[in-house]
Design a binder for this molecule. Sequence first.
Ligand SMILES: [Zn+2]
Ligand SMILES: [Zn+2]
Ligand SMILES: [Zn+2]
Length: 451
Amino acid sequence: MSDINYKYYWLGEKWTDSILENVVYVQSIDDIPTELGGMICLNFVDNQKIEESLKAFYKQTNRWSWCVFVTKETPYSQCVTDGIFNEQQSLDTWYNVQNHIQIMLRHDSLDPLIGWLGVNRQRRLKALKSLESMSIYSYPIIEVLLPELYSTYRYVLSEQSRGIIEAEKLIDRIRVCSHCNSGHLNYVEVCPYCSSIDIDSQSSLHCFTCGHVGDQQSFQRRGKIECPKCLTQLRHIGVDYDRPLENHICNSCSSLFVEAATTSQCLSCDEKIKVEELAVRKIFQFKLGEVGEYVYQHGKSIQAPELSIKGKVDIGFFQNLIAWLNKVALRHGEQHLLLGLHLPSLDEYGKQYGDSKLFSLMDQLTLRLSSMFRDTDICCQYKQDVLLVLMPNTTHSSLSVLQQKLSELSDLIEDDEFELSVFSWNLPDPAIEDSITLWLEALVDETYAAR
Ligand SMILES: [Zn+2]
Ligand SMILES: [Zn+2]
Ligand SMILES: [Zn+2]
């Protein structure tokens, strides 16, 4: 039996409250073995030091299976550790985790996040608020366990939609810039007519005799209220004058208005965005979901992650759309292009590197493909490894440019194993009239046959 099953590790100042049994004091993270299911306690006073040590610790393999305790909690440690060290409770938690690991079927290919959530059911996926980060909220445990991801927020959304994780508690709702996803926004009241920020509130009066509206100040004459335009003395409110509802004035266009409009400016990219056009993000705390539980128990995933490209539609809709567009094209002599992207290594890739790596690849692909297609192009993930793109009013002649772009894209993907094959078909095709389903199946067979 390995030492790691009954001895645990201690980094930082020695414990002086009591004499600890079976503890191994180490000087550095690198002195801790990387086997499965160990336990470590960090004893530092400095928050920065705690955070740095935790990050360094999780960089090493198998750390998802470890119990991690601290002697002082920080907002960061609450997201990635099992809490404050207490000899008896910490050991109980640890024995529990060890039991979980012993009966696990396969730990080698298990997604580290699912493993981390699975071996200790007290663990939660928690969001950390940090003003230094552009997106304000992040999920530190995802950042340390899956460092290859571009966006932990998108990963969380995708894993939630697959049922891997389940929302437990809404922590916050924030608005982010629709351009750069920054959460650092400034809200400004502006003139609803000319959008100028140069507005003031003022108390105005309205003269019933001549209809003049002006600043209350300008009505004050020798201790009396008198209209500066028609010089009528105003005695009774409601009879001679009243206060208009418009109590704001724009110094740029001189408009008077009741309520200012609100606009927002992104402090990160300077873009001006209407408040209703900002993206809303709900920040949840998550626990292991039903599908996550299944994956944890069986060591494999039920469904693979999907590409999330703008303008993406489901298969039924896509089929109807092609059938309809085909008819229109036949009648009006239009030319459309249907592009097939086959990602031949995807299936293998997932099996070999696991879901999180596969997600990272999909994430990169999503990002790059989205920037390539036009708003009017329609994408459909027809099979897990086949993406169809309908490009209206595109002729075959633009194909070489597209192919060039796609091959550049394929080179940009940070993975040598990755290949992307491109196929294309012209619309209209009279054969579609018979059956769109069969026609599309034949296309997909064609892409598979080309392997
Ligand atoms: Zn104005
Ligand atoms: Zn007047
Ligand atoms: Zn921005």
